[in-house]
Design a binder for this molecule. Structure first.
Ligand SMILES: NC(=O)C1=CN([C@@H]2O[C@H](COP(=O)(O)OP(=O)(O)OC[C@H]3O[C@@H](n4cnc5c(N)ncnc54)[C@H](OP(=O)(O)O)[C@@H]3O)[C@@H](O)[C@H]2O)C=CC1
Ligand SMILES: O=C(CO)[C@H](O)[C@H](O)COP(=O)(O)O
Length: 481
């Protein structure tokens, strides 16, 4: 217990109240503030026995209750609410105090806020909290940026909120460069979208093609959770599928509307990837699949199912094919995530160690999985690995899985079942393996209508064909001048 350590927590929503509780349980005196003051009072009424809480009805009172240098953890809705809270705190805090933003902020916002606070002498740490609400209480994975001075003021605060890896390391990664902490959290969520979409597609195939009932699929996922697919998302999937709705007695999954909502982080991941020119189709397709699920008005009236479903000759063998397809697809989307991390680090001058990111997500994050140990090991051994699919073992695994992967994607297509993530992952894999792609035709078309030029396979330089004239070929300099 450290009765002398104090911290302020602003925002006592689903995440914030559990973070405050975890800190109080660890011995901090936690000064809490929530915009709706009654929420703070009710939380302290309920959990006050877990530690030492003080309620501050206003931000000014929160600041007054803390001794300098003050540490304030802000966990409010991202975007303008976070701006509003930080702007007010900027006027109340003194030079040397510290704000930690634990929300899912856009990294550009974090950079702007850090610069604004630095000008006032207030330290700022953008902390990506890579976990859910229960992890906020029991330990999550944190990717945080911030200056050395900010870290000196921080003390062990983030370590006290972190989970531990199997070898007892706290899951906090310090990343150098303003915005890096929230950016890495954003990519975590992009991968979360992709992983969830892949799992959902696997569920759909088990249900519709392998004809398994939800309870049986729960069992299948539990079995897969003992394999190289073992992951928190697999575990919660089997829990959900094994759950019965108390109101109707039906499988819970059958009473949930098939509309997958989203906030911002998946879209931000894809937007950044587009800006940096990094191909992340596995993440993009997962974002669009959620979007499509919410556009019921786009659905085409259909008087019959695409079926009757084509039966698979050996359902057990098909289940095994799905397992292999799911694993292979997961490897390809994680490869895309790490490509994006590398490109963003280069573009923004961030120091993001690819092995450390895998290690820090190993426990406490939504992506937590033993699988991440293998990514970490791959990058520890070869920090300059061009991509995960260049790693001998991953490469071999995908090669071994490809027959089953193709069976799954082809069977889904024949049955009229959309599997955008599984199919896109396979196409990505094939695109990386093909010796010559049809991109040549696209470049030729660009030259035909826009004199954009092309490179040739047989000699250096950029060329253009005079399509509207005699179709002779010029070097681009000759054409333009
Ligand atoms: N839920 C999750 O799994 C995770 C969430 N996050 C991030 O953590 C942050 C909080 O999320 P979560 O706890 O789930 O969200 P909740 O919706 O449960 O809580 C939102 C909090 O923000 C406060 N708030 C909203 N608008 C304002 C405002 N204009 N001024 C002051 N306070 C405001 C709310 O106060 P009031 O009670 O008055 O409405 C409430 O305390 C978000 O940035 C989220 O993206 C990060 C990791 C995981
Ligand atoms: O950050 C999180 C977990 O890591 C939050 O749960 C986030 O809300 C998930 O994203 P979305 O709401 O878009 O599904």
């Amino acid at each position: 217990m450290r009765p002398t350590e104090q911290v302020g927590v602003m925002g006592l929503g689903a995440m914030g109240h559990n973070l405050a509780r975890q800190l109080a349980r660890s011995g901090y005196t936690v000064v809490v503030h929530n915009r709706t003051a009654e929420t703070a009072r009710s939380i302290v009424r309920k959990y006050g026995g877990e530690g030492r809480f003080l309620i501050a009805d206003t931000p000014r009172r929160l600041v007054a209750a803390l001794k300098p240098p003050r540490r304030v953890l802000i966990v409010v809705e991202a975007g303008s609410p976070t701006d509003a809270v930080i702007s007010e705190m900027a006027t109340l805090l003194a030079p040397g105090d510290l704000i930690v933003d634990g929300g899912n902020s856009h990294f550009e916002d974090t950079r702007r806020r850090e610069a604004m606070l630095r000008a006032r002498g207030v330290h700022f740490i953008g902390a990506g909290m890579c976990g859910g609400t229960e992890d906020a209480l029991h330990g999550l994975s944190i990717t945080a940026d911030g200056s050395d001075d900010a870290y000196n003021t921080l003390g062990s605060l983030l370590h006290d909120l972190a989970a531990r890896t199997p070898n007892s390391m706290p899951t906090v990664a310090r990343l150098r460069g303003s915005g890096a902490g929230h950016f890495v959290k954003t990519v975590h969520n992009g991968l979360q979208y992709a992983d969830m979409q892949l799992i959902a597609e696997a569920y759909g195939l088990l249900r519709r093609v392998a004809n398994q009932a939800p309870a049986r699929i729960a069992h299948t996922f539990r079995e897969w959770n003992q394999s190289r697919l073992a992951a928190h998302l697999m575990e919660i999937t089997s829990e959900i599928l094994g759950h019965t709705d108390t109101a109707t007695g039906q499988a819970f999954i059958d009473v949930v509307a098939d509309r997958a909502e989203q906030k911002d982080t998946g879209r931000w991941t894809v937007q950044t990837a587009l800006e940096l020119g990094v191909p992340v189709p596995g993440i993009a397709v997962a974002v669009f699949a959620r979007t499509l699920s919410c556009h019921r008005e786009l659905h085409i009236p259909c008087d019959r199912e695409p079926g009757p479903l084509l039966s698979v000759p050996d359902p057990d063998a098909f289940v095994s094919c799905i397992e292999h397809a799911l694993y292979a697809s997961k490897v390809t989307v994680y490869a895309q995530g790490w490509q994006l991390l590398r490109a963003a680090a280069t573009a923004h001058g961030w120091d993001i160690d690819p092995a450390a990111v895998a290690s820090v997500w190993r426990s406490g994050s939504i992506l937590r999985a033993p699988f991440l140990d293998r990514i970490s090991a791959a990058y520890l051994k070869a920090p300059d690995l061009p991509g995960l699919l260049h790693h001998t073992q991953f490469n071999r695994e995908l090669d071994e899985a490809q027959h089953d992967w193709r069976t799954v994607v082809a069977t889904a297509a024949r049955n009229g079942l959309p599997v955008p993530a599984l199919a896109t992952a396979l196409s990505y894999y094939d695109a990386l393996r093909t010796s010559r792609s049809p991109a040549a035709l696209i470049q030729a078309q660009r030259d035909f209508f826009g004199t954009h030029g092309y490179r040739r396979t047989d000699r250096e330089g950029t060329f253009s064909t005079l399509w509207a004239e005699d179709r002779s070929e010029q070097s681009v300099q000759d054409v333009r001048h």
